[in-house]
Write a protein that binds this ligand. Structure first.
Ligand code: MAN
Length: 349
């Protein structure tokens, strides 16, 4: 099988934390992550996860939490015996888990898909209510007819679930609430109905039986989901041995629905692979990548807020060309071009 070539943009990283203003005084932008991607108004748009925290002081770790009417800053001494902060992303304090940063979603647009600017006159999307107090992350965007469906990770002490908002104009949003409860993330809708039903990929996590596997669900209306089925599992000894999760909406090809997914191993190294699903019955997995189609190797992917990560949840398709936008090392936004035909011919049937 021929290897797949990921043509990283020479302009990478396209956006870094220093390019973006904090959402409020007292916070700084620590990371830009994992953009959703869509076309609107003849431009290419990214909906970027902006992760913020207060400027860190020596000997302390501090992070924001959303409260009604504003944010609360928690500050903990790093030598506090009740603190476990071995992971840059999450900390445990006195038996509770917190995120080290608070994320919201922000819109950027571009005429060429390379140079992005913050979209003026469009709202930022922040967490709202008790299921989003630790923020919104990793938004997928799927357009069906004239409606954009945003599916994102909604985080709070209640757990990690899938939230949905819908919009037609990116100015007025309808909050559809939590569509899949904890623990679940990485939810991407297919961009057309199949046999009259909406379909979505999602990723429940189980600590005991089961694992971090990609599932398929169907829905009569795009909001209420059922008939869940497990599609693919992690593979012992492979690059995707610890977790797998869907990227963006699958790409319709003659051979089937092509889905780019992320996989991680026990060392928390995140790479990308592909799946091929039957066009008429997407619960049938026709083929899958044996080796990753992309794995961290550029300096900006190897080191950063959380190194050894390439993570995608958005792309643009133009004929055979697939431009994947991705978060690198959980810190900067990048892009790479692939040939769809090349990915298809690399898959193991
Ligand atoms: C999880 C998510 C992603 C993140 C990766 C790598 O899968 O929180 O947002 O990019 O971990 O840290």
């Amino acid at each position: 099988m021929k290897p797949v070539i990921a043509n990283r943009f020479v302009e990478n990283p396209l956006l870094r934390p220093a390019d973006v203003r904090p959402s409020r005084p007292g916070l700084e932008v620590a990371c830009l992550l994992n953009p959703g991607v869509f076309e609107f108004d003849n431009k290419i748009w990214l909906i970027i996860r902006v992760a913020e925290r207060p400027k860190q002081q020596p000997d302390f770790i501090s992070f924001p939490i959303l409260r009604i009417g504003g944010i609360e800053i928690m500050e903990i001494a790093i030598n506090d015996p009740h603190l476990n902060a071995t992971d840059a992303r999450i900390l445990r304090y006195k038996g509770n888990d917190y995120l080290t940063t608070l994320s919201h979603l922000r819109l950027f647009c571009s005429d060429d898909g390379i140079h992005f600017r913050e979209a003026e006159g469009y709202p930022q999307l922040h967490g709202e209510g008790p299921l989003e107090t630790f923020g919104l992350e990793d938004c997928r965007v799927t357009k069906i007819a004239d409606l954009y469906y945003l599916t994102f990770t909604a985080v709070s002490p209640n757990g990690v679930g899938v939230g949905m908002r819908t919009t037609r104009d990116w100015k007025i949003f309808s909050d559809q609430g939590m569509i899949i409860p904890p623990h679940n993330k990485d939810c991407a809708l297919f961009d057309e109905k199949i046999n009259g039903l909406y379909y979505a990929l999602h990723r429940p996590s189980s600590v005991d039986l089961g694992g971090n596997y990609i599932w398929l669900a169907q829905s009569p209306d795009g909001v209420h989901w059922g008939k869940h089925r497990c599609l693919i599992k992690t593979r012992a000894g492979h690059w995707d041995s610890a977790r797998v999760g869907a990227g963006a909406a699958p790409v319709k090809t003659k051979e089937g629905w092509l889905e780019i997914y992320h996989g991680a191993n026990e060392k928390h190294e995140y790479g990308l692979g592909a799946l091929l699903l039957d066009l008429h019955d997407p619960s049938i997995v026709l083929a899958r990548s044996d080796a990753p189609i992309m794995f961290p190797e550029a300096p900006y992917e190897l080191t950063g807020f959380f190194g050894q990560v390439v993570f995608t949840n958005g792309h643009i398709v133009k004929g055979d060309e697939l431009t994947v936008y991705y978060g690198a090392a959980d810190e900067v936004v990048c892009a790479a071009r692939f040939s769809i035909g090349e990915i298809l011919s690399s898959l193991k049937r």
